[in-house]
Design a protein around this ligand. Structure first.
Ligand SMILES: Nc1nc2c(ncn2[C@@H]2O[C@H](COP(=O)(O)OP(=O)(O)OP(=O)(O)O)[C@@H](O)[C@H]2O)c(=O)[nH]1
Ligand SMILES: [Ca+2]
Length: 504
């Protein structure tokens, strides 16, 4: 029997082309989506860690930082993950028992060991930077200062981390690294993509650090300056050049400034009893003359060695401020302008971030934000004249050492900023007092680590204009649009013509 043959369905060549094109189009879309999904899966993040010890004059803090390895040259990527305050005084106070300087760090180093995953320990660098307390000890007795450093190094080497260095940093470094830290955290060294054609001027924030033994002022002046080159450091960061002015005043930290003040007043009074306007009325304190004069900052005032000095408060802010004016010698300046003691300082420019003791004291006085110079003066007047008993009643939870010194410290900060650096009622609004920026403490340690690990590139890293995800997404979109244009063209333009001509 012959098989019945139906009429053979004939598919025109144009339909075949269309089917193949359609098939390829769907295949292309599937391939692109697969690439987008598979390629953009987050790789397990490779986190790096670093430890920096800030061995200050009043205490030591251990900072642990972390950052994703693949982004280490980006700005604002390093985060503080831990800060541990070492119990007891700063390492310079262990000059009579140097072994204890190292031992004092153990608790905080154990904390760092717990915070950092074990498999990262051996790749975690450790740096210790000692500041003004050790600078002063070194001036007094460099051999003992060396022994203290050896003692802390010995302890740090006992840990499974990658010990790098342990040294006294200069006042210039302290100022400059403080400035780098806060500007890095504030995002002022903003990286711009290489495809952006314009360069926006990079504005930075000045840094004011008030420690226990020294104070630093660091900022980028408005104009180029060729005076006092010792006060300038040239940085090239993320493709920008910064000519940074910095000066560190040794003995002008708030603890040493108080010692100088008392020593100077005792010299004038020539008595072992001293009435001091920078303490609240009713406050009484006995201090050892030997201890007072043990610092190089007060050595030239030595009197009454071996005796005890009785200090009583008279709570007079104006008198207190008047008394401390002689610490800021404005007379001899061999430059176009000076801050004080013959030190060159360019005109103040831009905003300033004031941290450490600037913050502690201003925070206590409730003057960290929205305050002006006249309010600060009013507040000081009121606080200093409050009797000591009332102050204690009003602030029962604050350490007596801190509480008793707020009248002196507030007045000192006011005098340093106004008479010393030249802040006034017009530019007071450019001053910001803070302790932390985006979760990290405002302190020189971050800038120090960024520099030592070469994490701030001099030139802007060349980054592709689009992220991988945006690139793949755009490709998918582009394919879709192109295919749709072809399809629409076919339906509205080519197909009717073909029909007309009887091709399909
Ligand atoms: N009121 C108050 N004062 C504090 C506090 N913590 C520290 N201080 C004091 O503030 C001053 C500055 O402290 P830091 O910035 O830690 O000083 P430092 O780093 O030890 O000293 P330098 O080596 O000169 O930098 C010292 O006199 C401290 O005793 C606090 O929580 N409140
Ligand atoms: Ca400090």
């Amino acid at each position: 029997m012959e098989e019945a043959k139906g009429p053979k369905q004939k598919i025109s060549w144009s339909k075949r082309v269309l089917i193949v094109l359609g098939f390829l189009f769907i295949l292309g879309i599937v391939a692109l989506i697969t690439v987008a999904v598979v390629q953009n899966k987050h790789l397990p993040e490779n986190t790096k860690y670093g430890i920096v010890l800030d061995a200050g004059s009043s205490h030591t803090s251990v900072y642990v930082y972390s950052w994703p390895a693949e982004k280490e040259n980006d700005t604002g990527i390093v985060q503080q993950v831990e800060v541990c305050k070492v119990d007891g005084p700063g390492i310079s106070s262990y000059s009579n028992d140097v072994e204890k300087a190292g031992l004092s760090l153990q608790n905080c180093m154990n904390t760092a060991k717990k915070v950092i995953p074990k498999n990262k320990h051996k790749d975690t660098p450790v740096y210790l930077g000692a500041t003004a307390g050790m600078r002063l000890l070194s001036l007094n007795n460099s051999e003992i200062a060396e022994k203290v450093l050896l003692s802390v190094e010995k302890t740090l080497r006992l840990y499974p981390f990658d010990f790098q260095s342990c040294r006294i940093i200069t006042g210039q470094e302290e100022g400059a690294y403080g400035w780098i830290s806060i500007n890095y955290m504030l995002g002022n060294f903003n990286q711009r993509s290489s495809w952006m054609l314009f360069e926006q001027a990079s504005v930075t924030t000045g840094a004011l650090d008030l420690g226990g033994a020294s104070t630093q002022i660091t900022f980028v002046p408005k104009n180029n300056i060729d005076e006092s080159p010792d006060n300038f450091l040239l940085f090239r960061l993320y493709g920008n050049t910064y000519n940074v002015y910095t000066h560190s005043f040794l003995c002008y930290g708030k603890d040493q400034a108080l010692r100088v003040r008392l020593a100077s007043d005792i010299k004038v009074a020539r008595s072992t009893t001293l009435q001091n306007p920078c303490f609240n009325v009713g406050y009484v304190k006995n201090i050892s003359a030997d201890d007072l004069y043990s610092s190089p900052c007060t050595a030239s005032y030595k009197l009454f060695l071996g005796s005890s000095i009785l200090v009583t408060g008279s709570g007079d802010y104006q008198q207190c401020q008047q008394n401390m004016q002689d610490m800021f010698d404005k007379a001899d300046c061999f430059y176009s302008r000076c801050s004080f003691n013959g030190i060159f300082q360019p005109e103040l420019s831009g905003e300033f971030g004031a941290f450490s003791a600037f913050y502690f004291v201003m925070n206590f006085l409730n003057l960290t934000s929205g305050s002006d110079l006249s309010k600060m003066k009013e507040t000081m007047k009121e606080f200093c004249s409050t009797p000591w008993e009332t102050v204690k009643e009003n602030f029962p939870d604050i350490k007596e050492k801190y509480l008793s010194e707020y009248c002196f410290s507030g007045t000192y900060i006011l005098t340093l900023l106004e008479l010393g650096y030249g802040f006034n009622s017009e530019n007071w609004g450019n001053l910001y007092f803070f302790r932390k920026i985006k979760g990290s403490d405002a302190v020189w340690t971050l800038g120090y680590m960024l520099n030592l690990t070469n994490m701030i590139p001099a030139e802007l890293p060349l980054s592709p204009p689009l992220s991988h995800a945006s690139y793949v997404g755009l490709m998918v979109l582009f394919s879709f649009v192109s295919a749709s244009v072809v399809l629409i063209g076919w339906l509205y333009f080519w197909k009717p013509r073909c029909l007309q001509k009887g091709i399909i």
